[in-house]
Design a protein around this ligand. Sequence first.
Ligand code: TYD
Length: 176
Amino acid sequence: MQFIGRTYMFQTKVFIVNLVDGGILAMVIEKCRIIDVPKITDATKGNLSFVESRKHIPFDIARVYYLYDVPGGVDRGGHAHRTLEQFFIAMSGSFDVLLDDGYREKRFHLNRAYYGLYVCPMVWRKLDNFSSGAVCLVLASDFYKESDYIRDYKRFLEAVRKRNPGEVASSDKKDG
Ligand code: TYD
């Protein structure tokens, strides 16, 4: 599916319905979404956008970091977080964020500073397709903790299965 206007792509590669007690559990990936932030436009002075904790994004901001001078063709990410929530904004240029909760994948193309992508815990992410001069701002719900990372894809799938016993994850999709 492709949305024209606010250029982001949506891809579904694997879809496995979770049935528990006869009900359908929402997939983790469905909680990850594009969120618009306020944009104050002034024809003479340019635009201003802002993000407030718990008002525009669903967490308190503990840390801000940014990716820049990313060489063309390079991938970043390639890990999941156990508890961290994040909000990605393309402050300049563009890049793609590929999300995978062990059951489904979605690809988002970020290219504007007035919206961002909320990524919830236990989602494998890869950032690629960085344009020249792209700046990726990341708002994070906690300080940097290496112990929160899952950097091995198979371990990520094992952790997903532990949380959803009996379900079939997309374990054969990727290596490490
Ligand atoms: P990492 O999160 O693996 O980067 P990416 O996913 O974008 O490729 O972090 C790269 C390195 O930077 C790693 O050694 C940890 C360090 N780092 C910090 O020290 N503090 C931080 O807030 C972040 C995000 C990373």
